[in-house]
Design a protein around this ligand. Structure first.
Ligand code: FAD
Length: 318
């Protein structure tokens, strides 16, 4: 079923969903099941699986030359989606990015997903690679998520890249996109970011999942601004508990989000790792309860491989 159909059928009830990361190359599906098995009792209608490009570093060799070396690989998004659907009978939502894909690669990936009866995708641009100063598209690839949304919407109309294919089989993808309650870091301002978000919705995006945030007022303001801008699709808040000291700097650095003073003070005042964990869990419970009371369609948790923490949060809000 489509993600948006779950929202419609929920009749105002707040659903719970999860995002997982593919394990590093060399690990097995057991790593995924270890995270998901304890979470399935919360009956997520869908589970997102992120997509990652290879990460490279340049290593200096004895000759003095630098050699490009792959250090981290997380392959398998599509296979993991199929395995999740098979094991748990829930829908899986693969993330599809522009980076590293030509339009042809994208079309082939969508054809595979269609064959597997995976009919939800989250369409994203992806970030610049470590050695790039800004995002660089493939020569035959997309520059923005908007172009990817258009390609998926075209296939939903039976339009393939090869114009010789007339009356191609129509796919039926439900398309999710990313939204940023605190603005995407490259956007000059919120108006500009919302302008392009609206374009993605006009091109066929059906719902929005947000970047994590730690201050609910940012999310509520964002929803209001979207509605004022004429963006009327469901908006799902993405939530992640902040439970470790180093995250006080790593989260703002990687995700460009603001951390409220009360949260920062409480984490700094906590004397042990356990106490910090407790602060982060309680904060996320409070966020979740307030969002649920506000009637949002779904709470979407970034699990980051930590099922126990996510379980504690959901148990407290049920
Ligand atoms: P876009 O919509 O293309 O926007 C990128 C920037 O360009 C924005 O500043 C926007 O305002 C601007 N812009 C958009 N369209 C235009 C246009 N036509 N002309 C000019 N400017 C424009 N990354 C991964 O690599 N893998 C994942 O699995 C993944 N999952 C994610 C899940 C969620 C819920 C979120 C919020 C993010 C995820 N990301 C993932 C990160 C995402 O790829 C980055 O945030 C990326 O920098 C932007 O992606 P986007 O789809 O929002 O890009």
């Amino acid at each position: 079923m489509k993600v948006t159909e779950y929202f419609e059928k929920a009749n105002g009830k707040t659903l719970i969903s999860f995002e997982i990361l593919p394990p590093l190359k060399g690990s097995g599906m057991q790593d995924i099941f270890k995270v998901l098995d304890p979470l399935m009792e919360f009956k997520p209608p869908f589970i997102d699986v992120t997509y990652h490009r290879e990460e490279f570093v340049y290593k200096r060799r004895a000759s003095g030359y630098y050699e490009k070396t792959a250090i981290r690989k997380r392959p398998g998004t599509v296979g993991i989606c199929a395995a999740i659907m098979h094991r748990y009978g829930v829908d899986a939502v693969p993330h599809l990015i522009c980076g590293g894909f030509t339009r042809e690669d994208t079309e082939n990936a969508l054809i595979d997903l269609n064959f597997l009866e995976i009919n939800n995708v989250l369409a994203l641009r992806g970030d610049a690679q470590q050695f790039e100063s800004k995002f660089e598209r493939e020569p035959e690839g997309h520059e923005f998520a908007l172009d990817l949304v258009k390609q998926i919407a075209d296939m939903n109309q039976g339009k393939y890249l090869d114009l010789d294919i007339e009356n191609g089989q129509k796919t039926d993808f439900c398309i999710g996109i990313a939204g940023y309650p605190e603005k995407h870091f490259e956007a000059p301002n919120m108006e500009s970011d919302l302008h392009f978000t609206k374009k993605k919705v006009e091109a066929g995006a059906n719902y929005i999942v947000t970047q994590m945030f730690f201050d609910n007022s940012k999310f509520f303001d964002y929803v209001e601004r979207c509605r004022q801008a004429g963006i009327n699709v469901p908006i799902v808040p993405g939530l992640k508990p902040l439970t470790k000291l180093y995250q006080l700097s790593s989260i703002p650095r990687h995700f460009f989000v603001h951390l409220p003073n009360d949260l920062v003070d409480a984490i700094l005042a906590a004397k042990t790792a356990e106490a910090r964990q407790e602060v982060g869990v309680e904060w996320c419970i409070a966020q979740s309860k307030e969002l649920k009371a506000a009637g949002i369609p779904c709470l979407h948790y970034y699990t980051m491989g930590d099922a126990n923490t996510i379980r504690r949060i959901i148990e407290a809000i049920d």
